[in-house]
Design a protein around this ligand. Structure first.
Ligand SMILES: Nc1ncnc2c1ncn2[C@@H]1O[C@H](COP(=O)(O)OP(=O)(O)O)[C@@H](O)[C@H]1O
Ligand SMILES: N[C@@H](CCOP(=O)(O)O)C(=O)O
Length: 293
């Protein structure tokens, strides 16, 4: 039996739609696997009642297929589905690491990225790798068609998750087909600023580089209370705030000494519009970890 813990992730970071992602210290999914003649899946934990156990509909089943690695698989969800915190990706990344080891497939973590992304194709319609890459590799990742670049960043963040749900598939339907050159120029500048901020562990540069005028504004209407939560977090000292992945999670970057105040402000702002939420006070963290039993 093998066990893998794979972290939640926050994709896009505003200016890096479908490209940027960070691993979060918490929460995480835990996946256990053992060899079996055919794949079966059981699920417990956060939001497990919304997750299909049919391998043909679960991201983990897609990964088992892609690796030709049938197994009895148990998923203990720490990351609630439809959260914007890479729930479907955390399970897929964990399964990819576990099954690769269980069947001695010999893939590197980088080579597992497109394999784990098969799970994302199943649930969101596109094999975007911006969640599975940081969940597999940790830190800050830049995932493009040419491969993944990883930086071991140390940035404090607050990921605030309202009790509402947004499906990534639905949130992809509101994305514009084209963008004004002016907005593209701004976004390229912001993405470059954010990347330098990650390499310098500078929350001010990272926060400034999270601005995005193309995708994020189209999605915020799907998240009740978003503008109030964003304003509250910035007033409490956050250096940048954006939609986490496709939402409804909201990601704030901050200095360590402001983290508690930022988390409280975000929780209170959601509460003021009648929505319960929970705030993960964490930092950019490590990738999937394998435990042998
Ligand atoms: N192992 C899994 N973990 C989480 N969600 C899964 C899994 N397998 C399939 N799903 C489905 O994927 C959808 C959630 O994925 P998605 O909308 O991308 O949310 P998230 O942002 O939390 O990843 C739900 O419909 C859920 O039932
Ligand atoms: N780039 C994707 C990221 C989706 O992240 P999730 O955590 O909401 O699954 C997108 O923005 O659609």
């Amino acid at each position: 039996m093998l066990t893998v813990r794979a972290p939640a992730t926050s994709a896009n970071l505003g200016s890096g739609f479908d490209v940027f992602g960070v691993a979060l210290g918490t929460p995480a999914d835990v996946v256990r696997v053992e060899r079996a003649p055919k794949t079966t899946i059981s699920v417990t934990g956060a939001g497990s009642e919304y997750i299909p156990e049919d391998p043909a509909q679960n991201t983990v089943g897609a990964v088992a297929d892609a690796l030709d690695a049938p197994a009895r698989i148990h998923i203990d969800k720490g990351v609630r589905p439809s959260s914007g915190l890479g729930s479907s990706a955390a399970s897929a990344a964990a399964a990819a690491v576990a099954l690769n080891d269980l069947y001695d497939r010999g893939y590197t973590r980088e080579e597992l990225v497109p394999i784990a992304a098969e799970g994302e194709a199943l649930v969101s319609g596109e094999a975007h790798a911006d969640n599975v890459a940081p969940s597999l590799l940790g830190g800050f990742t830049i995932a493009t068609d040419d491969g993944v670049t990883q930086v071991d960043a140390q940035i404090p963040v607050v990921a605030c998750l309202p009790e509402t749900a947004v499906s990534t598939r639905d949130a992809r339907d509101v994305i514009p087909d084209s963008a004004a050159l002016e907005d593209v120029v701004d976004t390229v500048g912001n993405a470059a600023t954010l990347t330098v901020g990650m390499t310098r562990n500078d929350p001010d540069l990272v926060g400034r580089g999270m601005e995005d005028a193309i995708v994020t504004p189209k999605r915020t209407s799907l998240i009740d209370g978003y503008e109030q939560v964003r304003t509250a977090a910035l007033d409490a000292g956050a250096t940048g705030v954006t939609v986490s992945g496709a939402g409804p999670g909201v990601l704030a970057v901050c200095h360590q000494h402001d983290q508690r105040a930022v988390a409280s402000a975000m929780l209170e702002a959601f509460e003021a519009v009648g929505i319960d939420s929970r705030a993960y006070q964490t930092r950019v963290g490590e990738g999937a970890r394998l435990y042998r039993e």
